[in-house]
Design a protein around this ligand. Structure first.
Ligand SMILES: [Zn+2]
Length: 281
């Protein structure tokens, strides 16, 4: 039954039954559209950590602050919920806009959508990071991926899989320290992208964005943040604290990484998801 027909039925029938008919018809239409469309196959995978009081932020930042409103039934009979939150731009799964480390870089609201959507490729360095918790991904690691897949890192969202997402719930294991405050920064220890590899990507390849499953694209001991400087200087967005990369194949997935559109922002909370093809595709 088509929506138009159901609307006619609504004109004749009484409330609940007609509404039920409309819902059924809409569901049928949506199902039909999906069957014909490019999204009918595969499944979505969420690459985002939830935001709550456990969410990991940089040691110098306050965590995610959630203030519950007066949620519940109203005197008029309907249920109503509305809360408030406050958050640093850089914490949890989030975007680093190029402005984060470049005075001329794009702010969060100015990043072209082409840099936030596209095919994702995963460079797996879990073996190297298991041996060295402060490992830095090298240009050779990236070239090895290109050789293995017989393609260059062009027009892709590059995701670095260090294995750190599995440590997410354990702040000490994830950051190298569970202390907070300025003194904790020197104790950070987790993998990242080497400044040399970041420079190589900007100068010799054309990627849309880069993401990593650690707290920063520069490894924990970094003091001058050379990977941030190179990538932001090249107007490339960075995604940090990305979740569930273990479940992504090394190529062929479509990623949607949409940050909160903060005007003038240097970054912001990010919802990043991936479309996985069917096994038979
Ligand atoms: Zn950041």
């Amino acid at each position: 039954m088509r929506v138009l027909e159901v609307l006619m039925v609504i004109g004749l029938a009484s409330g609940a039954a007609a509404a039920q008919g409309l819902a059924t018809a809409v569901a049928e239409d949506v199902a039909a559209a999906q069957h014909a469309g490019p999204w009918s196959r595969g499944r979505w995978l969420d690459l985002t950590h939830p935001f709550d009081e456990q969410t990991i932020y940089w040691p110098t930042e306050k965590g995610f602050r959630f203030e519950q409103g007066t949620n519940g039934p109203t005197p008029k009979g309907y249920y109503y919920a509305a809360n408030r939150f406050a958050s640093a731009e850089h914490g949890g799964t989030h975007l680093d806009a190029p402005r984060h480390f470049s005075a001329a870089g794009q702010t969060a609201d100015a990043i072209p959508l082409e840099h936030l959507l596209g095919e994702a490729v995963v460079v797996d360095v879990t073996r190297q990071c298991a041996a060295d918790a402060a490992y830095e991904v090298t240009p050779d690691d990236l070239v090895a991926w290109e050789t293995r897949h017989a393609r260059q890192l062009v027009d892709v969202i590059l995701l670095l899989r260090t294995g750190w997402a599995e440590r997410w719930s354990d702040r000490a294991a994830y950051l190298g320290t569970d202390q907070v405050g300025p003194d904790a920064v020197a104790k950070l220890r987790f993998p990242g992208l080497s400044p040399l590899a970041a420079r190589w990507l900007v100068d010799h390849r054309r990627i849309r964005a880069v993401g990593i499953d650690t707290a920063s694209i520069d490894h924990g001991p970094s003091t001058h943040f050379g990977a941030h400087v190179a990538l932001c200087g090249g107007n490339l967005p960075i995604f940090e604290n990305v979740a569930s990369l273990n479940d992504l194949p090394e190529q062929g997935t479509f990623v949607v990484a949409l940050p909160m559109k903060i005007a003038g922002g240097s970054g912001g909370p990010l919802r990043i998801v991936a479309r996985l093809p069917d096994a038979g595709d």
